[in-house]
Ligand binder design. Sequence first.
Ligand code: SF4
Length: 307
Amino acid sequence: MNNIDSDFSLVDLEKKILTLCQSHPKGLTDSILQDEMPNVNVEQRVSALNRLLSAGNLDLFKSDSQLIYKLKDPDLVSKNAICENTQEKLVYQVIGDAGNKGIWSRDIRLKCNLQMTQLNKILRNLESKKLIKAVKSVTASKKKLYMLFNLDPDISVTGGAWYSDQDFESEFVEVLNQQCYRCLVQKVEESLNLCVNQPRISLNNSFASSEEVWKIITNLKISKVTLTVTDIETILNTLIYDGKAEMKIESDPDGQEFKLYRAVKPIIDASGLEKTPCGICPVIDQCYENGAISPATCIYMKEWLES
Ligand code: SF4
């Protein structure tokens, strides 16, 4: 194989590796790759392998201190008889380079210097071969982002656990918020009952780790999506912003830090002006009239004005 010297040839190199994988069902080692492609330098080979791995086309194993690359989907090579012309190859490569954050069709058009009608045809072709897919982003639901078919969209595209079909699941977040708060209140009540007349111990026991709350919420099976400890920490943080919880960070004997949360009640009822939500608002810098975050649409401001 000739040395890879143009932007398009990376796709050819990927195809060559996929074909080699098919003829070596036990997997490819670096030495096989080197023997089969003597004119391809290590850098080009690693770059093509990395792209195939991150696109989910290959699996990587280790055996006898050797790396072994295997095809994930045996039909991939026939699917990959994809880019029959240079323009398709270029579009496929530009989409592949965008990774799981995807790329807008307008940006593909600019990078590939294609007419919109030409590009639409290529995108339809690649989509029908299941090489790429169109994904809606939470930031602009009317525009389509394109990414390689096997990739799972990045959280910045899907919005994570709080979004379903690009819509913010406010009801789901509210239920989680209430359940997390209930967990923390229960922990405080349990520690008060267990440690009567031992205020210091009772206080220490009244904290729950985010992992503890995560386990309880997971066991309640109220979520259709798999929640992570970080997702639960996001909810617990909203309790802190609402003044319903406090948090401290501690370290285990290995020096690993973990977060502990506790339900709190205000000791004295604050005066009306002190209760202004803006004082502890984490997004105050982004809040302005007619902005995405604004006092006119802020539920905390509305509640305060009505209280
Ligand atoms: S109006 Fe609402 S969003 Fe804006 S700073 Fe105040 S609390 Fe935050």
